[in-house]
Ligand binder design. Structure first.
Ligand SMILES: [Zn+2]
Length: 386
C-alpha cells in the first residue's frame, strides 16, 4: 500500500537557499520547455523535450547542475503530463482544453525527486542529492517501508516534504479496547466514553486569538499602502501555520482513536456541526467535520477498525444514558441532572450514549449477517462505513 506523509522541514538558511534554487530550476526548466514547444510547428514529445533539455537548456543555463539533475528532468515529466491532459481534452472536444500554463514564482513552488537513490529519510533527517548537509524534519516518518518519492513544496515561506512510502505498516498496533463513543466537545476537543478528555490544543487557541488581532489590525491599514501589504503577509503566514496545526491536531486525534479501539461510534458530524455551531472546539469546527470524518474513516480502514456513525436523529446529548429519559439540553448546560438520580457531564453522557449506540448497531448487524450467511455473507464493517 502506498501512503504519503507530509512533514514540515526545518532548513538552515543555506539549505533553504538550495531548496529555493531547486524550486527555481524546476520552474525555469518547465517554462523554458513550454515556451519552446508553444512555438508554431514545434511538436511536443517527451523525447524531443529531453533532447532540447540536454542540448540547449543545460548548456545555456549551467546553474541547473547546481541542484539535483532530477529536478529539471522532473519538469519534463510534469510538462508531459500537462500536455497529455491537454491533448486528451482536445480529443474529447472539451470547451476549455486548458493549454499548459507557465509556472509563476511563489505559486505552488515545488520539485520532486522520484528516484529513491536521490534522497533518503533517516530518522528525523532528509538527505537530498547535491546538498551536503541533511535537512531536519519536524517529525519522523509515521510509517516504515520503502520510500518511493519525495516532493518538496513551499507555502507561505515554509518548506514541506511529502514522502511516498510503500508500506505494510498501516496496522502497527492492534487495537486493544473493544469500543468507544466519541463526543466532539465545546470546551474540549473530544470526550470519550471511557471518561478520557482530549483537551483543545493551547498553541492553536493562542494563534487563533492572535489571528483575530492581526486581521483587525489589517483592516485598519490604508488600502494599497506598504504597511497594509506587510500586515497582509503576516496574516497569510499565520493562516498557513494555523492550518497546519489544525491538521496536526486532527491527525493526532484520528490516530489515537483508530489505534486504540476496535469500534468507534461518533455522531453525524455534519449535523452536530449545524447544531453546536461555532461553539465547538475550534480545532474541529474550523477544520471541518468532513476532514475529521475522512481521516477517521480511512485510518479505520487501514487498521481494520469499524466506524459507526450515529443516525442524525439520535439524541446523544439529550438522552440520559442510564434510564433513557429525554431532557432539554441547551448548550450552556454542562451537567445532565436526571430524575433517575444520574448526574453527569453532558459530553460524557453523549459519549456513553454513542458507545451504546455503536454496540447496539453492531449487534443488529451481526444478527443480519448471520441471517444472510445462509444466502451469502457480507462484511459487517463495510455495511457500517457508509
Ligand atoms: Zn436518567
Amino acid at each position: 500500500m502506498l501512503i504519503a506523509h507530509k512533514i514540515e522541514l526545518r532548513p538552515t538558511p543555506e539549505q533553504a537557499d538550495y531548496l529555493n534554487r531547486a524550486c527555481g530550476t524546476r520552474r525555469h526548466g518547465y517554462n523554458q520547455l513550454l515556451a519552446h514547444f508553444s512555438q508554431p510547428g514545434v511538436k511536443w514529445s517527451k523525447a524531443a523535450a529531453y533532447q532540447h533539455y540536454m542540448t540547449v537548456l543545460r548548456v545555456e543555463f549551467p546553474w541547473y547542475s547546481e541542484v539535483s539533475s532530477r529536478v529539471a528532468r522532473n519538469a519534463i515529466d510534469d510538462l508531459d503530463a500537462a500536455f497529455k491532459g491537454f491533448f486528451r481534452r482536445v480529443k474529447a472536444k472539451a470547451k476549455q482544453p486548458g493549454f499548459p500554463k507557465f509556472k509563476q514564482k511563489d505559486v505552488n513552488d515545488c520539485f520532486a525527486l522520484r528516484e529513491p537513490s536521490r534522497f533518503s529519510v533517516e530518522g528525523q533527517e532528509l538527505r537530498i542529492e547535491k546538498l551536503k548537509t541533511r535537512i531536519k524534519l519536524r517529525q519522523p516518518l509515521r510509517f516504515t517501508g520503502t520510500t518511493k518519492q519525495a516532493t518538496i513544496s513551499k507555502k507561505a515561506g515554509r518548506f514541506f516534504v511529502s514522502v511516498l512510502i510503500e508500506t505494510d505498516d498501516y496496522n502497527p498496533h492492534a487495537p486493544e479496547q473493544a469500543s468507544v463513543g466519541v463526543d466532539f466537545g465545546i470546551k474540549t476537543l473530544a470526550v470519550l466514553s471511557t471518561g478520557e478528555e482530549i483537551p483543545a490544543n493551547q498553541t492553536l487557541k493562542k494563534n487563533l486569538k492572535l489571528l483575530k488581532r492581526r486581521q483587525r489590525n489589517l483592516s485598519r491599514k490604508v488600502k494599497r499602502s506598504r504597511r497594509r501589504a506587510k500586515a497582509k503577509l503576516k496574516v497569510a503566514k499565520l493562516h498557513a501555520r494555523i492550518g497546519n496545526q489544525r491538521q496536526a491536531v486532527l491527525h493526532e486525534l484520528s490516530d489515537t482513536l483508530t489505534r486504540t479501539y476496535n469500534v468507534i461510534a461518533i455522531e453525524d458530524l455534519n449535523v452536530s456541526g449545524m447544531t453546536k455551531n461555532r461553539r465547538l472546539a475550534r480545532a474541529v469546527s474550523d477544520a471541518g467535520f468532513g476532514e475529521l470524518r475522512r481521516q477517521i474513516a480511512y485510518k479505520a480502514a487501514w487498521r481494520g477498525v469499524t466506524v459507526i456513525i450515529a443516525d442524525r436523529f439520535f439524541p446523544s446529548s439529550k438522552m440520559c444514558h442510564v434510564c433513557g429519559q429525554l431532557h432539554d439540553m441547551p448548550l450552556s448546560q454542562r451537567l445532565m441532572i436526571c430524575d433517575c438520580g444520574n448526574v453527569i457531564d453532558r459530553d460524557l453522557n453523549a459519549a456513553l450514549n454513542l458507545n451504546q449506540y455503536g454496540r447496539d448497531a453492531l449487534k443488529r448487524d451481526l444478527k443480519r449477517t448471520q441471517e444472510s450467511d445462509k444466502t451469502g455473507s457480507q462484511d459487517p464493517a463495510l455495511a457500517l462505513m457508509a
